[in-house]
Design a protein around this ligand. Structure first.
Ligand code: RAM
Length: 359
């Protein structure tokens, strides 16, 4: 029996003890219960709860704090011990240092949003070889490296996210004019797949709209999920293409920077994209921005931890067609080893007051 299964069995025991306690109406701790009920072996096991690293693209991004909030909630429910660790900059090489730390410290699992779909793969493969269960969430590794992880928990199909953003900008510019994209990074799979879906959709759906510079490739600017660089790139778009009608920023960091700079400059360009309601509220409330959208990042992190723990428990193997349940909802793995959370919500002046309180 491998180490994971031993831990799994003992963890289940500790949880049952807590449930039993709840029924008995006793307020004691898990540790005390196991000690009273089963002696010292199980007490030691309780302190051996799964240890899971929750790794964002970069630690200082508000979106990932919400993702971690959900992850921590799941960890608490499942009796796992989870640590939020990661770099200050959203790059693959910066993440690799932390993945190496996860390997060295012998974590049981790693839940990670891949800042770079290729650069982190060798480190992930090393982690998997060391017996660490890996779940990507938010941003996956490249499709050809999917075997490096158990499963990827993503918000929604790429085309649904990409085409929705094109519809939002089209609505705002009256289906006319040129559009630029302020992306996070050329190395992040999530950004790339959404942008790929935007290209043909805008061209086929909105005949009076186009990409700045004449093609999708020329229209994409990268702010690296860094606030300062995103402001610079927003200004670069305006100076290179003064007639630009709209900007789509499929990144919470980029769309916030664009809103702030649009307001500061008094620019008329329409800005939309994927924004965290709590960060975007001031700009929606004052009319700088009409609409942004996003799924619930708290749910995304929560579901990813469930996948990791159920995987370690041997109750979920990540194969196509397999499924697992988190908070009463069943998630089924589709081709490519992916399970989706659900389509993005949209936020406007009509609902921002409610959503900004949630995430
Ligand atoms: C940023 C990150 C993240 C993305 C969101 C929408 O926080 O790039 O990966 O999913 O934006």
């Amino acid at each position: 029996m491998n180490n994971r299964l031993i831990k799994s069995g003992l963890r289940t025991f500790a949880l049952s003890a807590v449930v039993a306690l709840g029924i008995a109406g006793c307020a004691s701790t898990t540790e005390t219960t196991t000690e009273e009920t089963a002696g010292s072996t199980e007490t030691a096991a309780t302190s051996e709860a799964y240890r899971i690293a929750i790794m964002p693209k970069a630690i200082n991004i508000g979106y990932f704090s919400a993702w971690d909030e959900g992850a921590q909630k799941a960890c608490e429910e499942l009796g796992a011990s989870c640590e939020y660790i990661g770099p200050n900059e959203a790059t693959g090489p910066a993440q690799v240092q932390f993945i190496n730390q996860v390997i060295q410290e012998g974590y049981d699992a790693l839940v990670i949003s891949a800042a770079d779909q290729n650069a982190i793969v060798p480190a992930l493969e090393e982690a998997a070889a060391a017996g660490i269960t890996i779940v990507t969430s938010d941003a996956d590794v490249a499709a050809e490296s999917a075997s490096a992880r158990l499963v990827s928990i993503l918000p929604s199909a790429a085309d649904r996210i990409g085409t929705a953003e094109v519809d939002w900008v089209a609505e705002e510019v009256g289906e006319e004019g040129s559009v630029a994209i302020l992306s996070a990074s050329a190395t992040a799979a999530n950004q790339n797949v959404w942008i790929e879906a935007m290209g043909p959709y805008l061209e086929s759906t909105y005949p009076n709209m186009s990409w700045v510079g004449g093609s999708l490739d020329s229209a994409v600017f990268y702010g690296d999920d860094d606030a300062t660089k995103s402001v610079e790139q927003f200004n670069a778009i305006l100076s290179q293409y003064p007639d630009v009608a709209g900007i789509i920023a499929p990144t919470t960091v980029g769309v916030l920077a664009a809103a702030q700079e649009k307001k500061a400059k008094g620019a008329t360009v329409a800005v939309t994209g994927l924004g965290l309601p709590s960060e975007m509220a001031p700009y929606i409330e004052d009319g700088t921005i009409a609409k942004v959208g996003l799924w619930n990042p708290i749910d995304l992190g929560y579901v990813a931890v469930y996948a990791a723990v159920l995987g370690m428990d041997g109750e979920f193997d990540g194969s196509v067609g397999s499924s697992f349940t988190a908070n009463g909802v069943a998630y089924t793995v589709i081709e490519g080893g992916i399970a989706y959370l659900g389509d993005p919500f949209t936020f406007t002046i009509d609902n921002i007051a409610t959503f900004k309180e949630i995430y």
